[in-house]
Design a protein around this ligand. Structure first.
Ligand SMILES: N[C@@H](CCC(=O)N[C@@H](CS)C(=O)NCC(=O)O)C(=O)O
Length: 210
């Protein structure tokens, strides 16, 4: 039986959220782990914009935005009610994917933006971190007692924001935020989503996954 094909890159936070939604929905896909510096022609033919993740359904439908892949998977089956409080999730995700991702990219890779005036992107990103921390001070997850779409869609990016200066991040006075990040980073959906698989070779079948 043929399955939907997911083109993915292990370390991409957008691909991470798509993989976790597939795991949490109980769906199965053929997983094709690619290299961003050597994108397979099959993926570019399906989605010429050349970003991961890309999901190609059996009927040829292409879904090439991570949030749409999450909503496709959870729309089929959502045993953990991740789509509850969807509007609130989407509002937080929009800030994550917009201004916060802009700050994250510039904080992580300042040399990629030589023509932009200097700016403290760490401070800029911290504004969103503090918005999340304020929510987590009163509840274990962003929208209440259980994780929702927003938690899974956002935490891979917060994890990346920690990486350039872990000591600085870990010293932030937001214990509930640190706990939230640790819990989700150690959760089975994430550890399963991050398991290494061999890079997909064009013309061969990828593994059935997860
Ligand atoms: N809005 C897209 C963004 C996806 C995206 O930008 N993915 C990055 C990797 S994390 C990518 O594929 N970049 C293309 C490249 O680096 O060549 C989504 O949500 O799926």
């Amino acid at each position: 039986m043929s399955l939907p094909v997911l083109y993915s890159f292990r370390r991409c936070p957008y691909a991470m959220r798509a993989r976790m939604a597939i795991i949490l929905s109980g769906e199965q896909v053929e997983l094709r782990d690619i290299l961003l510096r050597d994108k397979p022609q099959e993926m570019l033919t399906a989605s010429p914009k050349g970003t991961v993740p890309v999901l190609v359904l059996q009927d040829g439908t292409v879904i090439d935005e991570s949030l749409d892949i999450m909503r496709w998977a959870l729309g089929k089956n959502d045993p953990h009610n991740l789509l509850e409080h969807l509007d609130a999730s989407l509002t937080l995700i929009a800030t994550n994917d917009g201004p916060f991702k802009k700050a994250l990219d510039r904080y992580k890779y300042p040399s990629r933006y030589p023509d932009e005036p200097p700016h403290n992107w760490q401070t800029e990103g911290l504004r969103f971190i503090e918005e999340l921390a304020a929510r987590l001070d009163s509840q274990p997850y962003l929208l209440g007692p259980e994780p929702r779409l927003a938690d899974y869609a956002i935490f891979p990016f917060i994890r990346q924001f920690r990486m350039p200066d872990e000591a600085w991040f870990d010293a932030l006075p937001h214990p509930a935020l640190h706990k939230w990040l640790g819990t989700l980073t150690n959760s089975p959906p994430f550890t399963t989503a991050m398991a290494k698989i061999p890079t997909w070779q064009s013309g061969t079948p990828g593994p059935l996954w997860p």
